[in-house]
Ligand binder design. Structure first.
Ligand code: SF4
Length: 285
């Protein structure tokens, strides 16, 4: 069961260290989806929670829209051009969004302000479709949906509470049909694909069939704090899954995965964001 706690925030438009992103906006701290590989679990330390309890709490920044309006007004003409990401350490369209409508309110403000920079979204949730009409009105929307596998058995191990891959791919389909520019985030690129090229092929084909032309691919991050939750999730998987996870430390596997991605990018004529598969070992943040 997820605990919901309302609180006020002092500011919400935050300068970003992410590539290609000037600002990040996170209306919630915590995420109901609680994916086992989530790198945002470190956020617990800002709200008195542990890494282990990631997925069990959501702090709702109830004044997020009002503070966003104020922060937006404070940006100078020059800094108003920057790209803005909703969200970097939460899913802005997780189920609690249906109650509070904070992300929706923030997008409405961006529309009202005719924000000239790119507004990027990254979500796993079909709830983003509630705001399809608003998103269409943004001058430069860029909507990403994370899809890591089309295999529900794997999703049951790593993404227990997230919407199914089928629903996420359908979300991409709807966004594309609505004329919105989309990308798929394949992150983490799961290690077992190195031995199961056909499964990766199926994933890429589904994304392409949904009408998505751009992908962003990132190898699995096995930082120590992430492993606090991820190790036990993988241990509940089958032997092949566990072995692939162990091998993810090997350069051989990581290079093979990058090669497979490049082959499929070419086959399906995707544009690969950043021009490469992101590997945190080589690209520390
Ligand atoms: S949906 Fe995103 S933010 Fe939420 S737990 Fe999963 S990876 Fe983390």
């Amino acid at each position: 069961m997820t605990r919901y706690v309302e609180k006020d925030c002092a500011s919400i438009i935050v300068k970003s260290k992410l590539p290609d992103t000037t600002y990040v906006v996170n209306p919630y701290t915590g995420c109901e989806f609680g994916c086992s590989y989530c790198y945002a679990s470190f956020m617990g330390r800002f709200v008195g929670e542990t890494i282990e309890s990631w997925g069990e709490y959501v702090f709702v920044k109830r004044n997020a829209v009002e503070v966003f309006k104020r922060d937006l007004r404070k940006l100078s003409d020059e800094t108003r051009q920057g790209s803005m990401l909703l969200s970097s350490v939460t899913d802005a369209w997780q189920p609690v969004e249906r109650k509070y409508r904070l992300s929706s309110g923030i997008v409405a403000e961006l529309v009202r302000a005719r924000y000239p920079g790119v507004v990027s979204v990254l979500t796993k949730s079909p709830i983003v479709l509630d705001d399809l009409e608003l998103l269409r009105q943004l001058p430069r929307a860029d909507i990403g949906v994370t899809v890591t596998t089309t295999d529900d058995n794997i999703a049951r191990v790593l993404e227990v509470r997230s919407p199914s891959a089928r629903r996420r791919i359908h979300t991409l389909e709807r966004l594309n049909a609505g004329g919105i520019s989309t990308y798929a985030f394949v992150g983490p690129l799961l290690p077992h694909f190195s031995e199961q090229k056909s499964a990766l092929h199926d994933l890429f084909k589904s994304l392409r069939d949904a009408g998505t032309r751009e992908i962003y691919v990132e190898l699995i991050n096995k930082s120590r704090y992430i492993r606090e939750r991820l190790d036990s999730a993988y241990l509940s998987g089958d032997r092949a899954l566990i072995q692939s996870y162990i091998d993810a430390d090997e350069l051989k596997q990581r290079s093979r995965l990058a090669r497979l991605v490049n082959e499929l990018v070419e086959q399906y004529d995707f544009r690969l964001r950043l021009g490469k598969v992101l590997d945190h070992r080589q690209d520390p943040k």
